[in-house]
Design a protein around this ligand. Structure first.
Ligand SMILES: Cc1cn([C@H]2C[C@H](O)[C@@H](COP(=O)(O)OP(=O)(O)O[C@H]3O[C@@H](C)[C@H](O)[C@@H](O)[C@H]3O)O2)c(=O)[nH]c1=O
Length: 379
């Protein structure tokens, strides 16, 4: 697979299409891709049907990225598309394609058409990555779409990792961040845990474990929306049972802090600040891998059960120790029983595993570098 460094690629006009199905992963990944392309000198129009999450995820926008409403078109005096990115199975409106075809008939070069897929560590991904899909009908009949699969291994499309990420992380002052978030009260140093999840079946078990005194005290930083609601429900169920004390000072055995929605870079800082990160979906999983702290993934549950093998494939790639595998299976409701107690030794073990996986990833090209090379080879 050709992988040209980005400085060899001329500034193309990218049109990235994002349809928000639910949650924040679709727009989260598309925004990341768009802003990284722009930072690499590319011009990007991001066509999205619901841009509301960008208000907190990327309040300042990004130079070189124009957010446009789904269903509109570039004006005739605007540059034609050099690359079309259809993210996560959304379908570009036939009218938009017809407008592209008009520009091509008038002499513009045919755009490279990328079908950007969901992330998976499953073994079929390298076989499907980069395959062509001929367009049979509509205004662009005879054109080709290319499947682009992000992934963890060398023969996949890679993972988004912006330039300077590791330097930014190295310069991060974890102590200052914790002090800012109320972490300078006297008492035993708590373990800091971030929680971003759907409704994990074992959440109540986890909260009880934190409150039980079996481990160091826990400062649980809960992200807004589904995670906060799930914690509220679980706490309701168990608070009478164990007489949990919730004090405003730091720390009792379990101190729960509800966080506001943060811009993507500030969410990274939350991950860097914590000793354990619960993440979900797709994009936050990748960010937690870069953070290099112990992580637990709540995979997006699918009705047909496809998430089970997908989770196993990820744990295989991660070379997860048995305790981390077991924790994941119970957390995701894929195995019965209790969560293993996450003491300091276990955290250390999990952290070593995540950092080794990160090293393997850092030795590979990031998604943007690979995508630029891929598109260059198709133009
Ligand atoms: C909690 C938080 C998240 N974020 C960002 C990080 C990510 O870009 C985004 C969350 O996306 P994810 O981690 O992927 O989790 P998600 O559950 O929100 O999105 C999911 O949606 C489903 C429809 C998809 O099928 C899944 O694959 C997945 O993408 O929100 C912030 O910027 N600030 C925050 O405070």
């Amino acid at each position: 697979m050709s992988t040209l460094p980005s400085h060899h690629v001329p500034p193309w006009q990218w049109d990235v299409f994002c349809c928000v199905i639910d949650n924040f992963g679709d727009i989260g990944v598309c925004w990341r891709l768009a802003s990284q392309l722009a930072a690499a000198g590319q011009r990007v129009r991001l066509w999205v049907d619901d841009a509301s999450a960008l208000a907190w995820m990327a309040p300042g926008g990004a130079a070189g990225v124009e957010v446009r409403s789904w269903g509109a078109f570039p004006a005739a005096n605007e540059p034609p598309s050099d690359v079309l990115v259809e993210a996560f199975g959304c379908e570009i409106a036939p009218d938009f394609i017809a407008a592209c075809e008009d520009r091509v008939s008038a002499g513009a070069k045919k755009p490279v058409w990328i079908n950007l897929e969901y992330l998976s560590a499953e073994s079929w991904v390298p076989r499907h990555h980069g395959l062509p899909s001929p367009v049979l009908h509509g205004p662009a009949a005879g054109w080709t779409k290319w499947f682009y699969y992000p992934g963890f291994g060398k023969d996949t499309g890679g993972l988004l990792r912006e330039r300077g990420l590791m330097d930014r992380m190295q310069a991060f002052d974890r102590g200052a961040w914790r002090r800012q978030h109320g972490g300078d009260a006297p008492g035993q140093e708590p373990r800091w845990v971030s929680l971003f999840c759907y409704e994990p079946p074992a959440l109540g078990d986890w909260l009880q474990q934190c409150a039980s005194g079996a481990t160091a005290p826990t400062c649980l930083l809960v992200t807004p929306g589904r995670a906060q609601r799930a914690v509220q429900v679980a706490m309701q169920e168990i608070s009478n049972e164990i007489g949990l004390q919730r004090l405003s000072g730091m720390p009792e055995q379990l101190h729960i802090l509800n966080m506001d929605a943060r811009p993507q870079p500030a969410y990274d800082e939350l991950l860097w600040a914590c000793d354990l990160n619960f993440v979900r979906g797709e994009d936050s999983l990748v960010r937690a891998l870069w953070a290099g702290q112990p992580l637990v993934w709540h995979i997006y549950p699918q009705d047909d059960g496809a998430h089970g093998p997908k989770l196993d494939a990820f744990l295989d790639w991660l070379q997860a120790p048995p305790s981390l595998r077991h924790f994941h299976r119970v957390w995701n409701g894929l195995a019965p029983g209790k969560l293993p107690v996450v003491d300091a030794a276990l955290l250390q073990n999990w952290g070593t595993c995540v950092r080794a996986a990160r090293e393997r990833l850092l030795a590979q090209n990031d998604l943007l570098t690979q995508l630029l090379g891929f598109c260059a080879s198709k133009r």
